[in-house]
Structures are given as structure tokens and as C-alpha cells.
Design a protein around this ligand. Sequence first.
Ligand code: ADP
Length: 593
Amino acid sequence: MKNFKKKMLQIFMSAIFIGGLATSGVTINAQDSGTFQGEGAGAHGPIKVEITVTDGQLEKIEVLEQEENELLAAPAFESLPDKMIADNSTDVDVVSGSTETSEGLIEAVNDALKAAGISLVAKSNSEDAEDDNGEVTEETYDVVIIGAGGAGLSAGIEAADAGKSVVLLEKMPVIGGNTLISGGEMNAPNNWVQENLGISKKDSVELYYEDTMKGGNNVADPEIVQILAENALASAEWLRDEVGVEFYDDQLFYFGGHTVERALIPKGHTGQELIIKLKEKADSLDVVTLVNTKAEHILQDDSGTVNGVQAVDKDGNELIFHANDGVIITSGGFGSNVEMRKEANPEYDEAYLSTVTVGSTGDGLVMAEEVGATLTNMESIQTYPVSNPETGRISLLADTRFDGAILVNQEGERFVEELERRDVISKAILEQTGEYAYQLWNDELDQISNSKELHEGEYNELLESGFLAVGDSLEEVANHFDIDPEALEETVEKVNEYAEKGEDKDFNHRGGLHSLENGKYYLMKCKPSVHHTMGGVVINKSTEILDEEGNPIENLYGAGEVTGVIHGENRLGGNAISDAITFGRIAGQEIAK
Ligand code: ADP
């Protein structure tokens, strides 16, 4: 950082120097021309840019360094530099869904301009006034799908594979939804990695069914959960064999609430691998994907049969998509819609941040209700226990918890089994001093999880914001957060003893505790954040959306987080992807029949 600033100063000084030479005859204001570097804070680390300005006109913006999520940040990197150059201004709108990246990029350009002492004079931008010509564009497809996350893409691929013309409408500038920003792990009983690890026999469809039912307090629809349990492995094999998703062959995730380790992990430990491969497959089958296209209403004919979608593009133009075979709603949950959350369950008000994308506003639920769908289980809202206390973002760095990291409170004491269900851990955290907790792990655990390397951006971001302390001794990390070092040392001594004996006498850790005898240590502050909304539309086993009498609304299907009958009161980790892919596929197959 210091070196970078020094370099910037050198560039700035040389610009002034060259300017000094030039001013001896010709009137060139050298401060209004040149190449300058600047830096801003992105979502996952610094964004460094180099800008070229000629006679006060911004000519080029080059991103030199950044650590953003490849897919999420792409719309910002693709559109904002052109927009700033066209307007000759940094006063441009952020790209929805890439807000932090947009802000970081704008900040970096401003930083470069400031260093150069340049104030841009904005061009009149009457030429890009909104292109709202009031005309309605109409298109016809066999199948119209609302929402391009894991469920929507899977549905689109299956319908297209069955010979249907398909359009996927995505309201955000980027596809992927929460599937993209998730860890991407997916439960499948008796999977090939369990076989590789010699634990396949410990698992079964029945056990997975029982874990899922029990994990949701037995209120899910047993018939639908049975379909999930029976098809999750086929969904994973489909992703691997037909879609080309790469999963690690020798590692599984042990999420809370499961009796055995059964979650497959995609390459890179994030949903990016899934979304990139699903999109490639969808493209190969000519599925049309339209971003910045927000579905607003489901259309029906006189008999109530669903036959299209009314949507709007980013310029406010109305679009009508006629659907010969019907509509599939895969628009995800409502975790980002505080009003809807409060209406569903007043407990989850503004006090909670959320891990989900800004696109999760429950639009599909509103649209489905308009055409007579019934909603169920809406009060069941899940928080993810280990999230960033400031941004609400899920901590993937803290996946070391699944390999043995412990949770402690401000008093330096453990207070819950670290592999308990998310709702149980979240509630336990909220009962601690300050309503937050800390996760502690050491280098050995970090290497087992490969956490720092896989989530380097998050690691740097947490260090910088002070929510992560790294040190050679427990005392050092405890002091960072004002925790009594002796209390923390005492807790760790007990953990080490339990790890050695293979028995956690305090909380009966189901994965077995891991010795934390050796540093270096990582201590991270965390807080629960809204993560998944279990409620939604009621579907039958063909994924048809049902009305209040329990009858299917003709030609209307639903899959993924928008549905409300699969996870009961609490969704187990690794079940969102299994749900989205399994029922997305079924919806695509059924609508094509
Ligand atoms: P799932 O896991 O069920 O697939 P995701 O959250 O991954 O859910 O994906 C849902 C997608 O639906 C998101 O990309 C979201 O932006 C999109 N979406 C939500 N509402 C609308 C809407 N009104 N029109 C188009 N897309 C929408």
C-alpha cells in the first residue's frame, strides 16, 4: 500500500515536471493530460486503476488489480468505464448487484483524478436519455422462466433438451442469484466421493430423508422431501456428467444437522463453478438468457391457464413473453426484502443484515399470489450464524468450522456445539454478550480446509476491517478483541484435551474436536445474518404450483427457494443446491411433457 502511494506520487510529480517543461511556449495544461493511477475499496479488496486523460477528457480506464467475484463484478467492470468516459464524469449510477465493486471502481478513478489534480467537466448526456419509447415488445417461446439462478438454469436446460424454445428472464445485470454466491456444496446420499472415502455404506436415501425432515422439525411435505432424497444423487451426477461441473474427488463437507458427511464440493468451493457450467450448457442448447429483465406479472388466458409473463427492461420498456407451454417461477426467496420479512415474521426486522443478493425480494411470491397461488411456511426464516457483522455477508473463510474450528463468546468460552443446526447456533449467538461470537482456528485447521487460499479476498477484507485477528499466540488474538486471554487459553486447553480423548464432554461435537495446541491463530468476529427463506409456493411432485384448494394452476411451475414445502422450519446446509437442481430439472422436464 505504502509503495503504491509512493509510486503514485512519483507519477504525479513527473506529470507536473513534464507540465513545467511544456508550459514554456505552448499552453498545455499538463495537469489535464496524462496517465494516472488510483485505488478504491471493492467488495473483496482494493481495486487499482490506471486512467488516461487528454485535455481534460477521460479517454481510458484500465483496471490493473482487483479481487472481486468474477461473475458478480463483470457488469460493473464492463459498463462503468465506458459510461464514465462517455459522460466524462464519475457521477454515474452504480450497477445493481455489483454495488460495492461499482463504488470501488468509481472511488479508484476519483482517487487517480485527485492525485492528478484534475476536475472533469461532465458532458451533457442528453444523448443517452432513457430509451423509453412506450412501445411494447412481444416475443413467443414455449417456456418462459423467471430467475436465472441454479433452479432456473436447470429448468431451462431440461426444457431445451426436450426440444422446447426457452427464455430465461433475469432482473439483475448478472445471472446466478444466490447459487452463485453460495459455497456451492450439494448433498447427495451414496455419492462417489463417499465411496472414494470409504463411507458410502454409512449413508442412504432413507437417512438423508430423515435428516432433512428432522432438520426442518418434521413440518416439510414428506412426499416432496422423498423426491429430493431419491433424486439428489442423480442431480449431482447430471451436473458432473452432462453439465461438466467439476467436484473435488476426495473431500466432502460435513454440514450441521447431517448424520454423515455427504455434501459434494464444486471446484473453488463456490457456486461460480456451477453457474458458469450451467450457463455454458444452457447456451449450447440455445436457451435465451435476458439480464436486466424483470418479470412483473404472470399472464393467464380467460380460462385461467398461464400463458405468459409481463416484464420490464432496464429502460422501463414493457415486454410481453408469450409462453406456449407455460411459465416456471425460479425467482428465489425474499431475504433482502425487509418489509416482506417483517410481515412474515416480525423477528427478522432491520436489525438483521442478510447474506443474500439484493435480487432476493420475493417477486415470484407476489406474482404467484396474484394468479391464485397459496403461500406456506412464510414465517420460517433462517439465519446463517457466521456472517460478517458489518456487511452481513456469509463467511466462507470460516468454513474451517466444518473441520473443527470452535466458537467462543466475549468471555472466551464455548457456548454451543459448532456443528449444530444453523438456527440453533444463531439463536445461541444472539444470547451471548453483544449478540455476537468469535470463531477460532489455527494454521493446521486452515490447511485442512484450505480456507485462506480459497478465500483470499475475504481474508484480506476481514483483516483490513479488523474483524479478523491473526497472531502467533492466543493472547495476541484475544487482546485484539478485548477478550480475557487467560479465559481463552483455558477454553483451548479443554478443547485440546477433548480432541486427544476423542470426546467433547461439554458439547458433544459430532465431527470430533481438533487440537488447537499450535498457532498461528485466527480469531474472527461474527454475527448471524438472514440466509434462507424456507416459505413459499406450494408445489406437487410435478412441481406444479397449487392454488388455495390444492389444485394446480394450469401451466405454472415452481422450483428452488421460491417454493415452501421442502425444508420445513430450517434448511440444512447443502440442501439449497440439491433442491434447486433437483426440482429445477423436474420443472423443466414436466413443462416439456
Ligand atoms: P434458486 O436457488 O432457487 O435458483 P437463486 O437466488 O439462486 O434461487 O436465483 C433466483 C434468481 O431469480 C436470482 O438471480 C434473482 O435475481 C432472480 N429474480 C428474482 N426476481 C426476479 C424477477 N422479478 N424477474 C426476473 N428475475 C428475478
